[in-house]
Write a protein that binds this ligand. Structure first.
Ligand code: ATP
Ligand code: MG
Length: 450
């Protein structure tokens, strides 16, 4: 992609409304534009990263055996009256009437919709287990939308729902979600720690929130520092194997890690003092087992092998896809701008031409572009007639992990410069070698985008 033909409305000044770094950089790097409180337009580069995150979530959900589909954003209030949540949900629910005076709402979550689809079509234990999910826009009329996409009113969320015959099977689905979430966040270059969360009025121990540690996080968290050494890595896992999934859950949740809602000072004090950490975190996901609450209310039953009709055991599981953009930037930036992890970067590499219009430099940049294209890697080529300093500042701000700098002087010696955004280190090498290096770096990080 040529920068001169792209749409990247970079801001020079710091926008005054942005209180935290991710919001500031997303506005400055031309990724989003506020449309009204907590509602954003996704400009091309923001949209590109959003799509990559969405694709990672899809890939990992499908790997776990979960089935993607799509629900409408506007729903009839009747279904919510049936489950008993319509009146209780409160002011966060955006309610509206259609031309026939029927009550409608913009879905803040979709337990009712999924349970309704399920009850219409599934009647037998033979069709279980089943986990359906979607990645769809949600609306919650938050009291205080803030921090850009972190707490929006309109936000993009993956929500999945498991339907199982027994509690044991539903807990397996719970464990499977935990494992798939660990993989998902790691691929995004994030450490998201599962922490025991508050299950609210429903009760039970079966809910975990995933938190990314960051000073600007809205939750206070308490954890055993040993937990930050745990990595899921590239281990293979059989998602159908209950014991395997259970073992991963135990590995990642047996150490103390809780949000302020479930914090227990006495239990925390049992962690050796030098490992006791208090910090702040951003909630990027939550998993939940809630039993038969919705299936009973909505009559979602299946026939058992013995011929009895029983309500199915359910859970729901969410990932804050749009919030993740903010969380990734909070976790990975410096004072010059964003530093994208390789797994989610909008473009794999930036090409900076130090002397636009110089025949040799232009040709070398175009050759690089072609090589990357042939490899299926996306390069953003800054072909504007601008000073080098301005080009570097833009590249640093938008945070592509790798940059190739091309100039007449280097080309005389047959070299270009390859620079790491994270370390700032530059190495000179022939252009073909730089291409090879970049291809190697991304061998494990192939996600399609737009
Ligand atoms: P919070 O406590 O932050 O309000 P929640 O617990 O109400 O979130 P869930 O219902 O668990 O949210 O939704 C699943 C995920 O969706 C959350 O873990 C979070 O990452 C994301 N999310 C929730 N509300 C918002 C919002 N207003 N803006 C952006 N993302 C959100
Ligand atoms: Mg939550």
């Amino acid at each position: 992609m040529r920068l001169s033909r792209y749409f990247l409305p970079v801001l020079k000044e710091n926008p005054s409304e942005a209180q935290i770094v991710s919001h500031r950089y997303m506005l400055r790097a031309g990724m989003i534009k506020q449309s009204s409180a907590g509602i954003y337009s996704w400009l091309p580069m923001g949209f590109k990263v959003l799509r990559k995150l969405e694709n990672i979530v899809h890939e990992e959900q499908i790997r776990a055996g979960h089935v993607p589909m799509l629900m409408p954003t506007l729903q009839s209030a009747d279904l919510w009256r049936e489950s008993g949540r319509y009146d209780g949900y409160g002011a966060e629910m955006l309610r509206m009437k259609d031309r026939h005076d029927r009550d409608m709402l913009f879905s803040p979550t979709a337990e009712e919709m999924f349970t309704d689809v399920f009850r219409s079509h599934v009647k037998s234990y033979k069709d279980l287990p089943l986990t359906l999910y979607q990645i769809q826009w949600k609306f919650r009329d938050e009291v205080r939308p803030r921090f850009g996409v972190m707490r929006g009113r309109e936000f993009f969320m993956k929500d999945g729902y498991n339907f199982d015959l027994t509690k044991e099977d539903a807990l397996h689905a719970y464990n499977r979600h935990l494992v798939s979430y660990l993989r998902t966040y790691e691929r995004m270059g994030l450490q998201a720690i599962p922490m025991r969360a508050d299950s609210g009025p429903i009760g039970g121990d079966y809910t975990h929130e995933f938190l990314v540690l960051a000073e600007t996080g809205e939750s206070e968290v308490f954890y055993d520092s040993e937990i930050t050494d745990l990595k899921f890595g590239d281990r293979e896992i059989d998602y159908d194997n209950h014991a395997e999934c259970q073992a991963v859950l135990e590995e990642f949740t047996s150490r103390y890690a809780r949000t302020d809602e479930t914090h227990d000072e006495a239990a925390f004090n049992e962690v050796p003092e030098d490992r006791r950490c208090t910090a702040r975190g951003i909630e990027v996901g939550q998993i939940f087992y809630f039993g038969t609450q919705y299936s009973e209310a909505l009559g979602a039953t299946v026939q058992t092998p013995e011929g009895k009709n029983v309500p199915v055991h359910m859970g729901s599981h969410g990932i804050g896809v749009s919030r993740l953009l903010g969380a990734i930037i909070e976790a990975s930036h410096d004072d010059k701008g964003i530093i994208w992890p390789e797994g989610v970067t909008p473009f794999h590499v930036g090409i900076v031409n130090l002397k636009q219009g110089d025949e040799e430099a232009d040709a070398a940049c175009e050759a690089l572009e072609k090589s990357f294209d042939a490899l299926g890697l996306e390069a953003l080529y800054d072909d504007r007639k601008e000073r080098a300093g301005g080009k570097f500042a833009t590249m640093d701000l938008i945070g592509l992990p790798w940059r190739i700098t091309v100039g007449p002087r280097g080309l005389k010696n047959g070299v270009v410069e390859l620079t790491s955004r994270r370390t700032g280190e530059s190495v000179e090498m022939p252009p073909e070698e730089a291409v090879k290096k970049i291809a190697e770096i991304y061998a494990d990080h192939r996600v399609s985008g737009l």
